[in-house]
Design a protein around this ligand. Structure first.
Ligand code: EPZ
Length: 430
């Protein structure tokens, strides 16, 4: 067993250092195999998903050298297998980035159909359409997706939905295709821009990342680089809402405040103080917060990956708030767990109507997915009494040392692995 034991009720106070962005690291690691020269990548978060990606890279014959916890050197000159498969790989969504990366470099790729957090139907039709627009054939059989192209040539893409994954996959394949590719209605998330910067540092010619239209002029090959991954917008936002919900005072350090604008705006609106400096944001909440309405949207809108964290905070705010999830249809499942902690929330379709309560009470709950799991930890930290959170493997997919960072802010949280350790925690909190 692996659980978080939490004794709630203390405001979080202090400073926390934010790590590299998981959702930038995953495509960047896949893109590292697109050159035969050696690539050095810094600021990789040491979380379950990035470690599965690194193992997948090794499994196809690339050489991975871990220089320290957050730095790797990758040389993909020895790749001898264009099939990315295995139980671990199947569980992460980002494994499909090997489709675009290997298709670009070898004109061929096969990857086990991706899993990932169960937050709704996660189609890959836009990825497939994109590969086809570059002249590739795509087949799905026996649980695997395969691509192949005689000639990979530039093409025009219009994405019906500004999909992060499809934008990234098309960009990677197009970087090594012949001629020009355009991606219209492209995703604009910071991690899309980070991948484009990484590929450009390897000699790719990608313009417009971060806007609606990305233009790629294919190059013959990519070369070595040294690159540092951007800070994690969602990890930072999670700590910002943890400060708000526990009525604390937290400075999140090593962030890009611009990436946090939609999060800061909502915190200000509900009554927090938010102070920005060059690479840090301080969130202070001294009183009971107010209500608001929020709808998740692609960047620069309010991120779907922050939806459970804001909902947990609004559950403790004065008045009625409405949270609408517009990206994934199954991302309100944590509400049942929150109700067990005393929240007053009704879900209708993709909308949660939240009547703020004075306090949550500790309970035994399950983390249903990565971000909802983190949000339930915030709920437990602000609740009266003790909570036990199960299925924390989801949380560990995307948050490095989550409990240790929270302990650094004064939280009473332990990761426990045995009944005895749980008992010890109970005795410790008295
Ligand atoms: C990425 O998922 C992130 N994952 C998610 O983060 C994040 O929630 C999501 O982007 C939105 O920001 C990674 O970066 C590994 P999408 P992705 O393609 O790429 C539909 C986390 O917690 N769609 O932008 O899978 C899809 O069903 C995770 O860190 C199609 O219809 O998201 C969804 O409704 C969870 N067809 C919408 O688009 C397609 O071919 C957005 O999905 C592709 C997507």
């Amino acid at each position: 067993m692996e659980l978080y034991a939490i004794n709630g009720g203390n405001p979080l106070v202090g400073e926390v250092e934010i790590g590299g962005a998981k959702n930038a690291a995953l495509p960047i690691l896949a893109a590292a195999v697109m050159t035969d020269e050696t690539v050095l990548i810094e600021n990789i978060p040491d979380v379950r998903d990035t470690n599965i990606m690194l193992a997948a890279i090794e499994s196809i014959g690339a050489h991975v050298e871990r220089l320290d916890r957050h730095t790797v050197r990758i040389n993909a000159g020895g790749i001898n297998d264009l099939v990315v498969d295995g139980d671990a790989v199947k569980k992460i969504r980002a494994s499909y980035y090997f489709l675009g990366a290997l298709l670009g470099k070898y004109k061929k790729s096969t990857v086990v159909l991706p899993g990932g957090c169960d937050i709704g139907c996660r189609a890959i039709d836009l990825h497939i359409k994109g590969f086809k627009a570059l002249g590739a054939e795509v087949k799905i059989a026996h649980g695997m997706v395969s691509t192949q192209a005689q000639n990979l040539t530039g093409g025009h893409n219009y994405l019906d939905i500004a999909s992060v994954g499809a934008t990234i996959n098309i960009m990677m394949a197009a970087a090594l295709a012949e001629g020009r590719t355009t991606i219209e209605n492209a995703a604009k998330e910071p991690h899309v821009v980070d991948l484009a910067n990484f590929l450009n540092s390897m000699g790719a010619n990608i313009k417009g990342a971060g806007t609606d239209v990305i233009r790629v002029r294919g190059v013959e090959k990519l070369h070595k680089t040294e690159y540092t991954i951007i800070p994690d917008q969602i990890e930072a936002g999670t700590f910002m809402f943890a400060a708000a919900a526990t009525r604390g005072d937290v400075t999140v350090k090593n962030v890009i405040p611009k990436h946090l604008e939609s999060i800061s705006a909502k915190l200000l609106e509900i009554g927090c103080e938010v102070k920005e400096s060059d690479d840090a944001v301080r969130v202070v909440a001294t009183k009971r917060l107010g209500h608001t309405h929020v709808k998740t949207l692609p960047y620069p809108g309010f991120p779907t990956d922050m939806q459970p964290q804001i909902a947990v905070t609004l559950g403790l705010s004065q008045g009625t708030s409405i949270v609408t999830e517009s990206i994934f249809e199954n991302r309100l499942r944590y509400v049942d767990e929150l109700i067990r902690m005393g929240a007053n929330i009704k879900v209708e379709g993709n909308t949660a109507v939240i009547e703020g309560v004075e306090k949550y009470t500790g309970a035994s709950i399950n983390a249903p997915d990565l971000r909802a799991g983190a949000a339930l930890v915030i709920a437990a930290l602000s609740a009266e009494g003790m909570s036990v959170i199960d299925d924390i493997r989801y949380i560990e997919r995307g948050y490095e040392d989550f409990h240790l960072k929270l302990q650094g802010l004064g939280a009473q949280i332990d990761k426990v692995e045995t009944e005895r350790e749980l008992q010890k925690f109970r005795l410790k909190i008295g």
